[in-house]
Design a protein around this ligand. Sequence first.
Ligand code: F6P
Length: 545
Amino acid sequence: MSNEIAAKTPLTQLSAWKALAAHAEELRGQHLRELFAADPERGTKFRLEAEGIYLDYAKNRITAKTLELLLKLAEESGLRERIDAMFRGEKINITEDRAVLHVALRAPKGATIKVDGENVVPAVHEVLDRMAAFAERVRNGEWKGFTGKPIKNVINVGIGGSDLGPVMAYEALKHYSRRDMNFRFVSNVDGTDFAEATQDLAADETLFIISSKTFTTLETMTNAHTARKWALESLKDEKAIAKHFVAVSTNEKEVTKFGIDTANMFGFWDWVGGRYSMDSAIGLSTMLAVGPENFRRLLAGFHAMDEHFRTAAFDKNLPVILGLLSVWYNDFFDAQTVAILPYEQYLKRFPAYLQQLTMESNGKHVTLSGATVDYQTGPVYWGEPGTNGQHSFYQLIHQGTKLIPCDFIGFAKTLNPLGNHHDLLMANVFAQSEALAFGKTAEEVKAEGVPEWLVPHKVFEGNRPSNTLLLKELTPEALGKLIALYEHIVFTQGVVWQVNSFDQWGVELGKVLAKKIAGELEGDAELKHDSSTNTLITRYKELRG
Ligand code: F6P
């Protein structure tokens, strides 16, 4: 591996890390009010604009020295080498011996990115072209269902990365989508998910996209078999499957075994991680909803951010700066979580999407060399769109005992102009970050005539950090840039924390045990778990009858 130096020198031994630890002590007592008072130009210094994203990071508990040390940490961690290694197609996912090349999914035709000596870009475009031809046929009614009717309903069946990206993108790009078609998403093995998604649909107008990288995931396969049964109950002929089922997978053998013709299969590759796959064929439902042209605009946005990440100097690099700032709070200010607060209703599923991206990637406690870390790694990501969150959990962010760095995301133009709604929405973005940073002192509260006993309750400490990301408009390109921005933030964090951001062994144990227990729920075999699990299973069976 090319980051051998970073992997060999433990993070806490790096000189930049030690300097940051000492520097954090100096800064801990300082208030953002003081930092802004000391430098009236701060708002124009700690800002960055690239690829149509304006980032204000002035409301962070940092000085020029903090930034200098964080950038030094990036260098000492070997970030430059690791970025280059990823883009070169090196097998940086060492525990699975795989390259990590979601960036190849959005590389333009004619680009060269090699895995094991073979340029993968032509194959990427071949699949994209097949997807586009299929999507056009479905969208213009040329593709007919078994009874001759055009497809009106599309149901994506998948889970994790084979669901969260498609759902998020469908919601985010609804403005650009076909309103005369229904798009639904079934992920949960809870039968309610399938039942509710299909209860008002006719099978002869419905297309299922079975999306699974491995085509072995319990939830997806269970739902896929249920979908097959549901379709056949009404269409009553095995030949109907070819008209109503397509597959997106890397596993041709399992797709064939399920009964889907590989002519109706759209492939991708083992160098695409599930949570990085929404711009592969996993995006087929997105393409059906918004059309091939808008899908290509989405990919162009991803690619623009990839190029920015790959080429921009670190001090002008959006993902690098944001990744380093999150390390700063996570490791030196005990911040356990990060709030993602999009002030854009169409981005309502963006925080949920980022949960898998960030937490499945950096929820690790051993380094690449297998050592247990003695520092904090991935924080908990969570969030809701504004302004709804303000009337729910913001109280804790403003006056609670926990430090929660926030990412505000807003757009200058709305896709749905309605009176003064949009200015009101954006006024709230600016107001919240201002209130979090500067708060309200006891003196200010008293000056309002508030009785002494009530003053402490009305004081806002402030000094709560936030970033604000401002984009012009929610276009497919803008969405691609935003997603790639967070992908590369995760990459930056992972390199600093020296973890493998691209495996997910932590989900395996639960899967294995669930399979075992599913068998036990069917029969009367003796239970050999711990006493709690044994008793729970027994009581479940009694209640179930
Ligand atoms: O939860 C583990 C996981 O492997 C995710 O990483 C992945 O996105 C999801 O399951 C679904 O996997 P598949 O696409 O293979 O069905």
